[in-house]
Design a binder for this molecule. Sequence first.
Ligand code: OAD
Length: 257
Amino acid sequence: MADKHSRLDGPLCTAHRQAMADIRNIVVLTGAGISAESGIDTFRSAGGLWEQHRVEDVATPEAFARDPDLVLRFYDMRRANIQKAYPNAAHDALARLDQYWQGNLLIVTQNVDDLHERAGAERLIHMHGEHLSAWCLSCDGRTRWHAPLSDRPACPHCGEAALRPDIVWFGEMPYRMDEIDRAIGQCDLFVSIGTSGAVYPAAGYVRTARHYGARTLELNLDPSQGSIMFHECRMGRATDLVPAWVDEMLTHQAERL
Ligand code: OAD
C-alpha cells in the first residue's frame, strides 16, 4: 500500500502491481537529485548552483561570447568536482537494472557527470552533454577531456585553441532527441528520478509517455513541478528509493520467467 510518503492514483494497488508486472520497455529520466548524495550540487535547491550563479552568466552561448574566462572557469571547477565524486547506491541500482533487464531500457540523464557510466550503465544518453567531453568550435571535433579548459589548450584534432565544454547551454538543442522521443513513444513505463521538472524538453516527457499509454512513476525527494502528471510518486532519497524500485522490477521479471 502507498504510505504517507507516496501517492498512488488509480483504483487499486493490486491493479498497479499487475501493471508493473506487465512492463517490458522502460525509459528512466534522471536529474541532479540522483547525484546529490554523491556530493554533487543540484541546481534549484537552497544553496544550489543557480543560487550561487546566474544562468545568464555561465550557461548560455551569449555568456560564453561575453566572458569566456568566467564560463570556462565555472565548468573547470565543476569538472574537477565530479572527478572527486563516486557513484552512489542509486547509480549502482540503475546499472544493475541495465545489466539484468531483458526488455528495452533507456536511461536518459540530464546530468553532465559520469556517475551512471562509472557505475556500469551502458544504455545511457546524456541529453545535456558531458563534463568530460570538450567540443572544438573550429573543427567540430569532440575529445574526451579531464583537464581545465580555461588555459585554452589546443584541440587534439586541429590544433586550434577553440575548445568549449560539451554542455548543452540554455538556448541550445539537447542531444539525441530523436532516439529519446522514439524510446518514450514505445515504453510501457516512464520513471523520473531526482529532477525538479523545471527544464524542457525533459519536463514534458511524462506527458508524452502518458499520451502513448505508458505507466509513469516519480522518485524524488520532494514533489516536482510535474508530480501531478505521474500515476505514482514516491518521495524520499534516491539511494533508498531507486534500489528498492529496481529490486521490485527485477523480481517481477524473475516471476515472469
Ligand atoms: P534541479 O536542481 O532542478 O532538481 C533536483 C531535484 O532533485 C529536486 O526536485 C530535488 O527535490 C531532488 N533531489 C535532491 N536531492 C535528492 C535526493 N537525495 N534524492 C532524490 N531526489 C533529490 O536539477 P534538474 O532537475 O536535474 O540543465 O535540473 C534540470 C536541468 O536544469 C539541468 O540538467 C541543468 C539545469 O539548468 C542545463 O544546464 C542545460
